[in-house]
Design a protein around this ligand. Structure first.
Ligand code: SOE
Length: 396
């Protein structure tokens, strides 16, 4: 087993930018609000630039800093490696960590290619035989309203799922002069809107309905082919330098697909939707009701029950801030609401709970691989005039 006998869980985090900051906050806060069966310790953070990683160590509250991720994997006081780097490094780090007997939490999308995701999943399955666990970070599953939506669908509140409408809309590169970020470089990010944010809505649609996509037809578009090279970045926003460089990924993705339970689903992922900041919209229509969610109003879930008397039928606006709702009871008095960062805290809570119980946390690397296969099918479809493309079901 990777975790220590004394209940301590030493965490080593690779990367410290936007996702690293979100994960740091989660590791720090989770044990202060939730009773965890293991005690996470923020042991070490790694990044290539020694000055920058030391500054991040201090700012984010880590015990030590390393400039090579391999040093983190080699440390005896690290039980879990938390990968918050761009996709091109996920496979190498995750496989090395698992082979060294460390649990792994890896940011989404799991990898940049299906082949990498397969290798990671094989490493995770081999490590699982020694009690070593791997999880991919589809954090939005842990937004209480989304967790509630999944419960309601599973309980049959809206009946048989017929249609899903899923969108992830942002606008942070809608300005054609917004500088190039690694997220616009295929060699680093794997794909554009499709993998960066489309992956989230694929996961959510499947997670909430309990079904998987079996086939898709897709369209990818790049609107702005060249941008200023960034002189510096803070979060998603950077200052433009004088040189220009190519955008090598999709700016927007639209696709539709069939679900394993007989339903159909439409998807849209774009970072060009002016005015939409982090609009994750999910609507599910069943045989006797609907649910609807928008992350821009993330403490609310809408439920329509078609069995209501017609005179009073209408979407019910459930404010998901009560102790009866998933995760909420550990936080503030009823009604006070949660934000973006809480999903990351809940991810730590669920991960640590699974590790302590000796169980496989979800979503597993196999789940991440399945999403990767959906993305791959969309790309293959888009490259072939949107031809209908089956999602590889994997080994049967
Ligand atoms: C940028 O589009 C981004 O930071 C994604 O990479 C994250 O996965 C998403 O949660 C927020 O937006």
């Amino acid at each position: 087993m990777a975790q220590h006998e004394d209940g301590r869980l030493g965490v080593g985090m690779i990367g410290y930018a936007f996702m690293g900051a979100a994960h740091s906050q989660a590791w720090r806060v989770a044990p202060r609000f939730f009773d965890l069966a293991l005690r996470p310790e923020m042991t070490v953070v790694a990044g290539r630039d020694s000055t920058a990683v030391e500054a991040a160590r201090v700012r984010l509250g880590w015990g030590a800093a390393e400039t090579d991720w391999r040093a983190v994997v080699a440390r005896d006081d690290v039980d879990l490696v938390d990968i918050c780097t761009p996709g091109d490094t996920h496979a190498e780090i995750a496989i090395a960590a698992l082979q060294a007997g460390k649990h792994v939490l890896c940011e989404k999308p799991l990898a940049n290619t299906v082949a990498e995701a397969e290798a990671m999943t094989a490493a995770a399955e081999a490590a699982a035989e020694q009690g070593v666990r791997a999880m991919v970070g589809f954090t939005y599953r842990r937004v209480p309203a989304i967790a509630l939506a999944r419960q309601l669908v599973a309980e049959g509140r809206i009946g048989q799922v017929r249609q899903v409408r899923a969108q992830y809309l942002q606008d942070w590169i809608a300005d054609a002069e917004a500088p190039l970020s690694w997220r616009l470089d295929k060699a680093v990010a794997g794909s554009g809107a499709l993998g960066d944010i489309g992956a989230h809505v694929v996961d959510l649609a499947q997670h909430v309905t309990g079904q998987v996509l079996t086939g898709v037809s897709g369209l990818l578009e790049t609107f702005v082919h060249e941008r200023p090279v960034a002189a510096g970045f803070s979060g998603l926003h950077g200052s433009a330098g004088t040189e220009r460089g190519p955008v090598t990924v999709d700016d927007a993705a639209v696709f539709f697909g069939r679900l394993s339970g007989g339903g159909i689903a439409t998807f849209e992922a774009t970072r060009f939707a002016w005015g939409r900041k982090n609009a994750i919209r999910l609507e599910v229509n069943g045989s006797h009701g609907s649910i609807a969610f928008d992350f821009e109003d993330m403490n609310v879930l809408h439920l329509y029950d078609a069995t209501d008397e017609a005179r009073v039928a209408g979407f019910r606006r459930i404010v998901v801030t009560e102790p009866e709702h998933p995760y909420v009871g550990a936080w503030w008095p009823a009604g006070h609401g949660l934000g973006y960062e809480h999903g990351f805290v809940h991810q730590v809570v669920d991960l640590v709970g699974a590790l302590a119980a000796g169980e496989q946390p979800t979503p597993s690397f196999a789940d991440g691989l399945q999403v990767q296969r959906v993305l791959d099918a969309v790309e293959r479809s888009a490259a072939d005039e949107s031809r209908w493309t089956f999602v590889d079901p994997g080994p049967t």
